[in-house]
Write a protein that binds this ligand. Structure first.
Ligand code: UPG
Length: 389
């Protein structure tokens, strides 16, 4: 297949492009390098050094003999988006190219507006480009489990059979997201479902959980192929942050009681889920939703797993929760769609965490401690970026 990976320079976009290329697909990546720009804005850098895109694709050609074409541009520019899709003529577009940090979207008005404009407008331009260039192109879009929030009923895969006053219908599952970022993905889902229903496009919305891990079988083939590893309080995801905190001998920052429960997934399963969704496309006109998680854990449980696997003393600190979220709640998520397509999950095991400790240990000198403690407060309209700013 010809597969275009939007956001192909990011934490997950790059390993996904490598995995798809390794599986024999003809892959191109597109990026505006905004993620590298957020590092500059916040004065931090990926824990693991990453190479510029040109070095990455050259290194991949050297180790695999395979070519990945790269496009530079911004999806918010509709003409660029349409021309790129017309030029590459993909069978599938994998769309990771969004601002993806909840705390970033909650810094202040400017960051909330940027997040929603960037994400919603970019995605709309992709939908219009598909409709114009070739409505048979399958859109594989990264959504988030955060679209659902933590409702007091079972979470289905995107759709819900509703009976109301004696009548029934299949409706989009109701959403209760927890940040302006998560809201941007809800808006995307609505726009995509509309495009499938009205224009007959085909799309798969992957509501992904919190990703952990840094290495895939492809990224470890050469240090120049490494993907980024974020540990800061704005972009770092919870398990990755706890690993580096353990290695540094810092307490694990559990927000609130730690009872809040989230779906999680290993980075190696993320890239495989994208392959499975791409190779088994949605039907024409179908808006298909999969919940891309393999297990659920409370934040307190994640802290325990990290502490128990670390060879040394680890403390847990209950920090006042800077976010507004439920701490004790029901959480039961259906996630059978991807398993039915053949996913064989890597469950959270000590082996993975131990290899992550190794990654963190090797690069711990690059950590900027001023970026470690949470500063973005959900309850105020404006927060500082760092503890030292
Ligand atoms: N948390 C802590 N301590 C920390 C960091 C986070 O307790 O030091 C908690 C936080 O309160 C939340 C949970 O951990 O309840 C998960 O937070 P985080 O790992 O930052 O994930 P999300 O904010 O949900 O966002 C990540 C990705 C996003 C993706 C989503 C999928 O950044 O792009 O959509 O996971 O659920």
């Amino acid at each position: 297949m010809r597969i275009l990976v939007l956001g192909g320079d990011g934490y997950l976009g790059w390993p996904t492009a490598l995995h798809l290329s390794d599986c024999g697909h003809d892959v191109a990546v597109a990026d505006n390098y905004a993620r590298r720009g957020y590092d500059h804005e916040m004065g931090v850098q990926s824990l693991v050094p990453i190479e510029p895109m040109q070095v990455r694709v050259d290194a991949w050609r050297e180790v695999s003999g395979k070519t990945i074409k790269s496009y530079y541009g911004d999806l918010v520019d509709g003409d660029f988006t349409t021309e790129m899709i017309r030029d590459f003529r993909p069978d599938t577009i994998v769309h990771f190219a969004e601002q993806r940090a909840a705390p970033y979207s909650m810094i202040d008005r400017k960051h909330a507006v940027y997040t929603q404009q960037n994400n919603v407008v970019g995605n709309l331009n992709v939908l219009f480009a598909i409709q114009e260039v070739d409505p048979e192109i399958h859109l594989v879009k990264l959504g988030t489990m955060g679209e659902y929030g933590t409702p007091n009923i079972d979470i289905e895969e995107g759709w819900l059979e509703v009976t109301h006053n004696g009548r029934s219908d299949r409706m989009l599952y109701p959403k209760k997201p927890g940040s302006f970022y998560h809201l941007s993905k809800v808006h995307d889902s609505h726009n995509i479902e509309f495009a499938c229903r009205i224009w007959g496009l085909r799309a798969t919305d992957l509501n992904q959980g919190v990703v952990y891990g840094q290495e895939t079988p492809q990224t470890v083939r050469d240090p120049r192929l490494a993907t980024r590893f974020d540990y800061d309080a704005i972009f770092g995801t919870v398990l990755n942050r706890f690993v580096i905190q353990a290695v540094l001998g810092h307490p694990l920052t559990v927000y609130g009681s730690g009872g809040q429960t989230r779906g999680a997934i290993d980075i190696r399963d993320t890239v495989e889920c994208i392959r499975l969704a791409s190779e088994n496309p949605a039907a024409q006109g179908e808006f298909r939703v999969f919940n891309q998680i393999t297990e659920s854990f409370s934040v307190g449980e994640i802290a325990k797993v990290v502490a128990n696997s670390f060879d040394g003393q680890v403390e847990v600190e209950h920090v006042d929760n800077p976010r507004v979220e439920q701490h004790e709640h029901y959480y039961n998520v259906k996630h059978t769609g991807l398993v039915e397509l053949g996913l064989e999950p890597h469950l959270l095991s000590n082996t993975l965490i131990e290899s992550l400790f190794g990654v963190a240990e090797a690069h711990k000198d690059r950590v900027d401690l001023g970026a470690m403690r949470p500063t973005v407060n959900w309850r105020t309209a404006s927060s500082p970026l760092r503890t030292d700013s």
